[in-house]
Write a protein that binds this ligand. Sequence first.
Ligand SMILES: *Cc1c(COP(=O)(O)O)cnc(C)c1O
Length: 356
Amino acid sequence: MKRKIYFTPGPSALYFTVEEHLRTAFKNQIPSISHRGEEFSNIYRDTDKNLRELLSLPEDYCVFFTGSATEVWERMLQSSVRSESLHLVNGAFSRRFSNIAGQLDLNPRVVEVPPGQIVTVDQLPDNYEPELVGVTHNETSTGAMQPLEDIRAIREKYPEALIAVDVVSSLPVVPLPFDIVDSAYFSVQKCFGLPSGLGVWLVNNKFIEKARHITGRSSYHGIDSFLSNYRKYQTPATPNVLSIYLLGKVVGDMLEKGLDRIRMETRYKSAILYHLLESKVELTPFVEHQAWRSETIIVAKGKQTGSLAEALAQKGLVVGRGYGEFKNDHIRIANFPTHSKEQIEMLADQIDGMVN
Ligand SMILES: *Cc1c(COP(=O)(O)O)cnc(C)c1O
């Protein structure tokens, strides 16, 4: 059978080198090694080193591994918030983060705008000191992207707060200013193009110091436990060793290719897709304001998106359906580093032929 190309937001197409690294991993029996041995610590160290280089992480950042980005939401709130977290909500993922704060009996304060928009800084409360501000850089459910200038403005507005940025579907494409952020996280099945089942949580020293002052909330994935293990390049529990290995390899490949090139290609490919949508009557960009349009998740709205997705699938081109309430009104197209210009052009040509 002809191989499909997955343009779904996540899981998505694997980074094109994953299969080869997987073969090497099995040859070297990586899935069977002890997570308390030197071989695993070397893998963790390599992945940590590559990620630091790719993302230009400041020295004081730690790189922790969890089961998912969803887990990071809970760990982050448990370890760093006594009661007041502030959430910028503009879709399903940012909403879920604030819901978890509610489940933990914290006092989440939510500033919400309709899907397809972003919360602007002037909408945030004055005379208020949140302990943590949750920003979703790229709201995968709608394709709306928060401009980086906003994150700078939030830093200025709340100088004491921890700023936590969800970069699940935009790292490493977004040049996140880590110097003004205290925590950032992603899971690997989106932009990094890996099999699902690993969350990556980046925290700086300010975050760790704050967490240290919150006692009585320790857990196996509490900051103390993460940190004491990280010093040995270990993890609190048996982690997804294979995925940590693959992440290190794929990040190494991205370093070799060069992040500038990856970013340029992403911009070029997203321009092809938005240009196509601008030229159509029956399929248009869901995010109206250009400055808020995501480069990595392109969301289009239209009346026949269900049958369009099916027709594309017939051609082996699998796009994402709308998220939640938008299931039948949107398609979502991932434009990740593994998607080549040729693949995006082919997809655009097919859509062009199918839609007025
Ligand atoms: C997918 C996604 C998540 C959740 O990731 P999991 O790996 O399923 O926990 C969180 N935030 C955003 C923006 C996402 O796209």
